[in-house]
Design a protein around this ligand. Structure first.
Ligand code: FAD
Length: 438
């Protein structure tokens, strides 16, 4: 993707970012319509409190400092409602998952309110050996349904060693050996990053309208045929791109703790991306991968049941989904056929590493962050499942059935990336304006 490597999925870097921005502008309204105006895509089920953090506690519960919400500096000086612990909590009505009886006999919980069609929300418990994530129902607890609309991804104040430990554990799951100069702190040196095929997107800033010069990093060495296999690079980019999108959202919807108002914070953005534009690059990469996965569902969605006993909503949800898919150009931005062909990394290993990341999400100590973290990891896992286990031209009956949580995660993860990419120009403009004023 956008590298000179012969493995690159996208041969023409000059046009890729521009193409993605144009596609994104075209599909954004349909994507927003799907995620915000359907019950199906606006609730997510997850085991928020049941699963223990398997990584750094001895007694199986996540009592470690790493799982706590780290409070922001001078927390005592700010009103309780703006404190990290408060910001981390989930809002809105929650529905507990009905246990045991077969789907047809399940009583609907009725906790999501009269306006929500619960047949579009409550799902059967099934898992599949092809899953890239650990389904939350595997623990036998089944989880709760939470509203994504009532809990926007935004600043929560979750930071410090707690958050860093989790990110570190996640990055450790990618299979790179520790290089000598580890500038990222997580085992990826600048030299390795260049080798991995990162391209300074600011080099092509003029063509892609990506922002002010001061955001650029020193030109990275020309990318050569490298000794890191494509699968490892893809794994790293998926994680890094997800991390970037989370950062964009928390900076975009940031709480000014002096005034109590929410809004974009250019300094927050600059601190995370200045000189590290490859992190933005990875978000574009993820977008291309997810878009391809959604595109691949073109012949699948017409047969899929979204709301078992609500005919009207089933039809409307399907129409909105197909409307989105039909806006995606035929041309592929990500070519899945290039992965897993030379046998260096098997699909099985890739899947196991991905499942481990999905387990690490249980160590995220802030509820809202955990919810969005779990959703996005499941979204990427579902995209991989669709890319590598789905034959586009096969009959619906012979394809693996996607669970509701997978569908919801896939579409909402694309929406997260889409929103991140759509707000980048505003961040660049704010930074540019700040520079001019200095
Ligand atoms: P961090 O973002 O914690 O990064 C740690 C280190 O990782 C950096 O020092 C850098 O070396 C490296 N790094 C950073 N970005 C990248 C990248 N894109 N690619 C590669 N390496 C990178 N906070 C919120 O306010 N709201 C949320 O919704 C939220 N969700 C979260 C979800 C998860 C799963 C996790 C683990 C944390 C979440 N956080 C959230 C916390 C947030 O991600 C940061 O950890 C926090 O804001 C502190 O940021 P930081 O600047 O210290 O660096």
């Amino acid at each position: 993707f956008c590298t000179k490597s012969p493995h690159a999925s996208i041969p023409d870097c000059q046009t890729t970012y521009k193409a993605i921005e144009e596609i994104n502008a075209a599909i954004r309204p349909a994507l927003t319509d799907l995620t915000q105006n359907t019950d199906y895509f606006s609730y997510y089920r997850l085991d928020l409190y049941g699963a223990s953090c398997p990584f750094w506690s001895e007694d199986g519960t996540c009592g470690n400092i790493a799982c706590a919400v780290t409070t922001i500096d001078n927390e005592d000086d700010i009103p309780p409602i703006w404190r990290a612990e408060e910001l981390s909590k989930l809002a809105g009505p929650k529905a507990a998952h009905p246990k045991n009886p077969p789907p047809a006999e399940r009583p609907l919980s009725g906790q999501l309110g009269d306006k929500t069609s619960e047949s579009c929300v409550i799902e059967a418990d099934e898992c599949d050996e092809r899953d890239y994530c650990i389904p939350d129902d595997q623990n036998g607890r089944n989880g709760d349904y939470v509203s994504l609309l009532a809990n926007p991804e935004r600043f929560t104040g979750y930071a410090g060693s707690a958050a860093h430990n989790v990110w570190e554990a996640i990055y450790r799951e990618n299979c790179f050996s520790k290089p000598s100069s580890d500038v990222s702190g997580f085992g990826i040196s600048d030299a390795s990053q260049a080798k991995l095929g990162f391209v300074n997107i600011m080099q092509d800033k003029a063509a892609h309208k990506l922002g002010p010069d001061s955001m650029g990093q020193p030109k990275l060495p020309e990318v050569e045929v490298d000794d890191e296999c494509l699968e490892k690079r893809v794994f790293y980019r998926l994680i890094s791109g997800m991390h970037s999108s989370i950062s964009v959202h928390l900076c975009w919807n940031y709480l000014n703790q002096t005034t109590g108002t929410w809004g974009p914070n250019a300094q927050c953005f600059e601190e995370r991306f200045n000189g590290r534009m490859e992190r933005i690059d990875n978000m574009y990469f993820n977008y291309a991968l997810l878009l391809r996965a959604v595109q691949k569902l073109k012949n699948y969605v017409p047969y899929y049941t979204f709301c078992a006993s609500d005919y009207a909503q089933n039809r409307i949800t399907k129409e909105k989904f197909l409307n989105l898919i039909n806006l995606i150009p035929e041309e592929k931005l990500y070519d899945e056929k290039k992965m897993f062909v030379d046998g260096l990394v098997s699909r099985e290993e890739f899947k196991i590493r991905f499942q481990n990341v999905s387990r690490i999400m249980d160590c995220v100590g802030c509820d809202k962050c955990r919810m969005w973290g779990k959703l996005q990891i499941q979204g990427y896992g579902t995209a991989l499942k669709v890319l590598y286990d789905f034959d586009e031209d096969a009959d619906y009956e012979s394809l693996p059935q996607l669970r509701r949580t997978e569908m919801v995660a896939l579409v909402n993860t694309l929406d997260r990336l889409s929103h991140s990419i759509s707000v980048l120009p505003e961040f660049y403009e704010m930074i540019e304006a700040k520079r001019r004023a200095e």
